[in-house]
Design a protein around this ligand. Structure first.
Ligand code: ADE
Length: 232
C-alpha cells in the first residue's frame, strides 16, 4: 500500500508514523508513506498557501494553486483509489471504513488548516471526505495520522498474532471486553477467577458477555447498527 499525505505542517505527525505498528509496517515494506508539504508548492515567493475568504469573515482559506499542483503531480505518477480530505464536516470515520481502506493500493490524504480549503479543491480533486469525530482540530494532520494508524495496523503482517485485530473494539460490532495481566491481586483488586481457570469455553463466554454488557451500557447504538455487518 502507498499513502501520500498532503498538508501544511507534516512534522506534526512524523513521529507517529515512524514508531509503533505503523513504523514497523513501513520498515517491513508493507506500506510506503510520503509526506508532502504544501508550502513546497506555493506559487508565490513568500511561500503563502492561504488567503482571505471571499465574502469576508474570520480565518484564512487554503488556496487552490498549491493543492492542485501537488495532487495533480501525484495523480500523474500513479492511480489512486481515493483522494480523502480530512474535515470536521466529513463522513464519520469508522472501523468499517478503516477495514475498506485497508484494501486500497494507494491513497492520498489531504489535510487542511485555518478555515479549510477552497471549495473548488473539494469539488474537483477530492473523492471522499472523512471526519474523525464531532470536534474541530486546528489542523487535519492529526486526523490523517489517526486514519493511517487505523488502516495500516490492519494490513496483513503489520501485527503479530498476539496483537491480532480480530478482538479489537468495533471489529465484531461490539466494544472489547476488559483485559488483565499479572499480578492476580493488586491492592486487593482481583482478576476475575474465570480468566485464571484455564477453561477456554468459559473464558470465551465471559468475554462475549462482558463485551455485550459494555456495549449495551456505553454504546447501545452499535447494537442496532448494520454497517459492520456483524452486530448481533
Ligand atoms: N480537521 C479539523 N477537525 C477535524 C476532524 N474532526 N476530523 C477530521 N479533520 C478535521
Amino acid at each position: 500500500m502507498r499513502i501520500d499525505v498532503v498538508c501544511p505542517i507534516p512534522h506534526v505527525i512524523t513521529s507517529c508514523l515512524e514508531t509503533g505498528i505503523v513504523g514497523r509496517a513501513r520498515e517491513r515494506g508493507l506500506v510506503q508513506i510520503a509526506l508532502h508539504n504544501l508550502h513546497d508548492y506555493a506559487d508565490n515567493r513568500f511561500g503563502h498557501i492561504d488567503d482571505e475568504p471571499y465574502g469576508g469573515g474570520a480565518g484564512m482559506v487554503i488556496r487552490c494553486e498549491p493543492v492542485f499542483a501537488c495532487i495533480e503531480r501525484l495523480l500523474a505518477e500513479r492511480r489512486y483509489d481515493e483522494v480523502i480530505y480530512l474535515t470536521a464536516d466529513g463522513e464519520q470515520f469508522t472501523q468499517a471504513i478503516a477495514n475498506k481502506l485497508s484494501l486500497a493500493e494507494s491513497l492520498i490524504l489531504l489535510a487542511g488548516r485555518y478555515k479549510g480549503v477552497d471549495q473548488r479543491i473539494r469539488d474537483a480533486l477530492v473523492t471522499r471526505e472523512l471526519s474523525i469525530g464531532d470536534y474541530v482540530l486546528s489542523g487535519g494532520e492529526l486526523a490523517a495520522a489517526v486514519v493511517i494508524d487505523a488502516v495500516v495496523r490492519l494490513l496483513p503482517g503489520a501485527m503479530s498474532d498476539a496483537e491480532s485485530a480480530l478482538d479489537d473494539s468495533f471489529q465484531d460490532g461490539l466494544l472489547a471486553a476488559p483485559v488483565y495481566t499479572r499480578p492476580a491481586v493488586f491492592r486487593g483488586m482481583e482478576v476475575p477467577a474465570v480468566l485464571r481457570s484455564g477453561d477456554h469455553d468459559a473464558i470465551r463466554r465471559w468475554r462475549l458477555e462482558q463485551a455485550l454488557q459494555r456495549t449495551r451500557s456505553r454504546r447501545p447504538d452499535l447494537l442496532s447498527r448494520t454497517d459492520t455487518g456483524k452486530a448481533p
